[in-house]
Design a protein. Structure first.
Length: 79
């Protein structure tokens, strides 16, 4: 769940820009939606069993964080 606070604001910023009023509200909504998606996935991926939601957020959040950082380097011209 720790990746939600790191990943979601970066992705929301890519879509709405750097206006903090919109960014804060968008981060709240997108973070909640991301956690609901991860929780649903954790409950249904192995139907009779349930994975911890931290495993799903770690896998998705880690890969999305790496994608966001590499895309940011390309935009900044560092790569």
């Amino acid at each position: 769940i720790g990746f939600v606070g790191l990943v979601v604001p970066h992705f929301v910023r890519m879509f709405v820009g750097s206006d903090h009023r919109i960014l804060l509200a968008g981060s709240f909504l997108a973070g909640g939606a991301f956690l609901i998606f991860c929780d649903t996935l954790a409950r249904t991926i192995i139907s009779p069993l349930e994975l911890p939601v931290g495993v799903i957020t770690g896998i998705l959040g880690g890969s999305l964080f790496v994608y966001a950082m590499t895309k940011r380097q390309v935009i900044l011209g560092e790569k």
